[in-house]
Design a binder for this molecule. Structure first.
Ligand SMILES: [Zn+2]
Length: 502
């Protein structure tokens, strides 16, 4: 998390000079694997973020001297729970840095091993496996979110598109939570709206995962918009349209082009900032607030921060520093949406794989005024994952319902920025890969903490990380309240929960 400090009083925003705020940051575009000269792993990502923070500090000094910043970056804070996880093993503790960026959406390069190993095999199979193994194991599962990549032109087998099968495997079996498509690298720029890419995008919509497209020109953006329109007008794509979210990586590399904003007026389409730097940056945000701000739309809900590391590196600081500048046409809430809220809202479903079962939930509640009981439970779970009998598939914090990201509170008032650090979902997977559970830890009214043990499939699974009872299924809520117990001590609380982890 980036800590920023107001350089002067902002009476119309209720901000005083010196007030500090925490901004949560998600990098929505990041590659891991190996492609020719490029190579990256989780450790490489964290090193890069440490370097990015170093560069931000250097540049912000210059900007401060020019008096162009409204909020100066003053520090980086690591989220407490993930930090404690990293500190649990010495070889993990070495990677406990780079916390400028809290979470990273990771997908393959056009890897050296992305080519199909034999005829009929999908491209990116090995790459997707690697992304999954990096992103769904402790400790990196607390920081990384894995997306799959496929090649729509892989052809078909027994009447099924190979790419669609691979997408299903990546999402359902591996638990990857989005899809990256690269029309240029996989040579389908001219056929984005045609059968194979269309079928892949349609299936992604049905699976409820976001699709990020590489777009390096307006022609590609216009084609993607036409594809979305054609799916919308197709009565057979109703389910797909309900789940479809499309992200235009690199904003078509033309942040001043009106066609970008025509596409962004589509409720399904979003844009990501990587490659934009220098003069592109004010053009993007000024155009977005002008052209999308009319008609009661929150323009800042349409743009996601991304780095495209390792193809690009410190260019990303231009975006972060602009969001803190006097020129930025928005508030800290707008900046927070761009830096994290939009990416988290687009992913919004918890991590899960087809390994999970379905069954009734069990809720355990305990009075916990000082947070001691919650911290003790967390420490026990961290120990459990470090021991290796259970692995941590993901750590997902609860977020506000889509469209309701709040104005960040100052640190002196708790520093809440929308990401609820004390209410979260842990996905635990047994080492033998036979069991998968969600532990849903929440702060409750009157200083209670609850931990709900949930199966990850079936009628009573948790569908969304949005923290609002109206977003959570009625069947699930009723079932939880039918299977809720209040415990009197930390020991009882833990032993009741751990009974489910035998
Ligand atoms: Zn990229």
């Amino acid at each position: 998390m980036l800590v920023v400090r107001a350089v002067e009083d902002l009476p119309n925003r209720g901000i005083k000079k010196g007030d500090e705020f925490r901004l949560y940051i998600v990098d929505a575009h990041h590659h891991m694997g190996r492609e020719k000269g490029h190579k990256n792993t989780p450790a490489g990502a964290y090193d890069f973020y440490a370097q990015l923070w170093f560069e931000i500090q250097k540049k912000s000094q210059v900007l401060n001297d020019d008096d162009s910043l409204l909020f100066e970056p003053v520090g980086v804070e690591a989220p407490d729970l993930a930090t404690r996880l990293f500190q649990n093993k010495s070889n993990w503790a070495r990677m406990n840095h780079g916390w400028l960026v809290d979470r990273t959406i990771v997908f393959p390069y056009t890897d050296d091993y992305s080519a199909p190993s034999s005829k009929g095999e999908p491209s990116f199979k090995v790459s997707n496996d690697k992304i999954s193994s990096w992103t769904s194991r402790a400790p990196h599962s607390s920081r990384l979110i894995g997306f799959a990549r496929v090649n729509p032109l892989d052809g078909s087998q027994k009447g099924n598109l190979v790419a669609v099968k691979e997408l299903e495997r990546a999402v359902l079996s591996l638990g990857l939570r989005g899809l990256k498509l690269h029309p240029l690298a996989q040579l389908f720029v001219d056929s984005i709206e045609k059968n194979e890419p269309r079928e892949v995008v349609k299936r992604a919509g049905e699976l409820g995962i976001p699709v990020i497209f590489d777009t390096r020109n307006m022609r590609t953006v216009v084609r993607i918009k036409r594809l979305v329109d054609s799916l919308r007008n197709d009565p057979e794509c109703g389910v797909a349209m309900k789940g479809l979210r499309v992200i235009l990586a690199h904003c078509g590399m033309a942040p001043g082009d009106s066609r970008l904003y025509e596409a962004l007026k589509d409720p399904t389409i979003f844009a990501e900032t990587s490659t934009l730097h220098d003069r592109d940056v004010p053009v993007l945000f000024e155009s977005a607030s002008d052209r999308l701000g009319a008609s009661n739309r929150v323009w800042s809900e349409k743009i996601l921060f991304g780095t495209d590391f390792s193809f690009l590196s410190v260019q990303a600081m231009d975006i972060i520093l602009y969001l803190l500048s006097r020129d930025f046409p928005g508030t800290l809430a707008d900046a927070q949406r761009v830096l994290a809220g939009n990416a988290l809202s687009l992913v919004h479903s918890p991590f899960r794989t087809s390994m999970g079962a379905s069954g009734q939930p069990n809720e355990f509640v305990c009075k916990d005024k000082s947070f001691t009981i919650q911290r003790e439970l967390e420490d026990s779970i961290i120990k459990l994952t470090a021991k290796g009998t259970w692995d941590l598939g993901s750590l997902d914090f609860m977020i506000p319902p889509i469209g309701t990201w709040p104005e960040p509170k100052k640190k002196a008032d708790g520093g809440f920025n929308g990401v609820d650090m004390d209410s979260y979902l842990l996905t635990l997977k047994s080492k033998e890969k036979t069991k998968e559970l969600h532990l849903w830890v929440r702060r409750r009214p009157d200083d209670y903490v609850s931990c709900t043990v949930l199966d990850t499939q079936g009628m009573t699974r948790l569908e969304t990380l949005e923290n609002a009872s109206q977003k959570i299924g009625q069947v699930l809520l009723r079932s939880i309240s039918d299977h809720s117990q209040t415990l009197q001590s930390s020991k009882e609380f833990q032993s009741s929960i751990f009974k489910h982890l035998l």
